[in-house]
Design a protein around this ligand. Structure first.
Ligand code: SAM
Length: 244
């Protein structure tokens, strides 16, 4: 595990001081999304919560389940919410592994298997590279999304800086073209949304991958058997194993 992840308060302060939180916030606020008023959001690998909490600020009728492997980050997410003046009653937190994002253990010890089609937005940021099986994780995340909902991945980009930071954080996501191709192969429309200079410094390391689950394709999402997967249009499968 990355040492800085144990120092969640320091990690959160650094993101704020460096302007990273503001850059991510601007990106989320500019995304074109068609969502119901009372939406339910899941942020997997939430860290200090900057992604999920930004969605809560953008959508005042929303509630958030923020999960992370590290319980200290869950406390940090609640602290960030309080600091940003967000009602913590809108935020639930629990421990979960991106390898099995539907299994959650809440801080009071309760466990839950999240139901299929129960979130309007499922978001991940810089966390897919920690999955033991990234394709399995993507499938599991897509299953959790309601028809019309979105998978929004603020992934590490493939610039020199993005790759350097990802390596430093031991985060090894599959190549982006392969990830997009894989999601499209499961019947979902994918849009790649670049970060721009207005998102600085987050534009140095991140890229947005937005997939919409439309109603007619949701049937495919609910049965994501290999028979439904087509070859990735963005490039051939590599021999490399991108799992950790
Ligand atoms: C680079 S940080 C990203 C935090 C936040 N999503 C963001 O975009 O700023 C990666 C986060 O993933 C969490 N993480 C690491 N391994 C994980 C795993 N196997 N399952 C879930 N979360 C994990 C870390 O604890 C950390 O909070």
């Amino acid at each position: 595990m990355v040492y800085l992840y144990k120092l969640s308060a320091l990690y959160a302060s650094l993101l704020k001081l460096l302007g990273y939180e503001r850059g991510i916030g601007r990106f989320i606020d500019k995304l074109t999304l068609d969502c119901p008023k009372h939406l339910r959001i899941l942020d997997v690998g939430c860290g200090s919560g900057i992604v999920g909490l930004q969605f809560l600020e953008r959508f005042p009728g929303a509630t958030l389940l923020a999960t992370d492997l590290e319980p200290n980050f869950l406390k940090e997410t609640l602290a960030t919410a309080r600091h940003r003046g967000i009602d913590v009653a809108r935020v639930e937190v629990g421990v979960s592994d991106i390898s099995e994002p539907h299994r959650v253990r809440y801080l009071d010890g309760r466990t839950e298997t999240l139901a299929d089609k129960s979130f309007d937005i499922v978001t991940v940021g810089g966390v897919m590279g920690y999955s033991k099986d990234q394709k399995k994780s993507i499938k599991a995340l897509l299953r959790l999304i309601k028809p019309g909902g979105y998978l929004i991945n603020l992934e590490m980009n493939e610039s020199v800086v993005g790759k350097f930071v990802a390596t430093t954080y031991k985060c090894r996501a599959m190549p982006l073209a392969m990830m997009c191709g894989y999601i499209e192969g499961t019947g979902h429309r994918v849009t790649v949304v670049p970060f721009t200079h207005s998102n600085f410094p987050a534009n140095l390391t991140r890229i947005g991958i937005v997939a919409r689950v439309i109603a007619s394709e949701q049937d495919q999402a609910s049965d994501l058997s290999p028979a439904h997967e087509s070859a990735p249009p963005y490039g051939a499968e590599s021999d490399l194993d991108y799992s950790m």
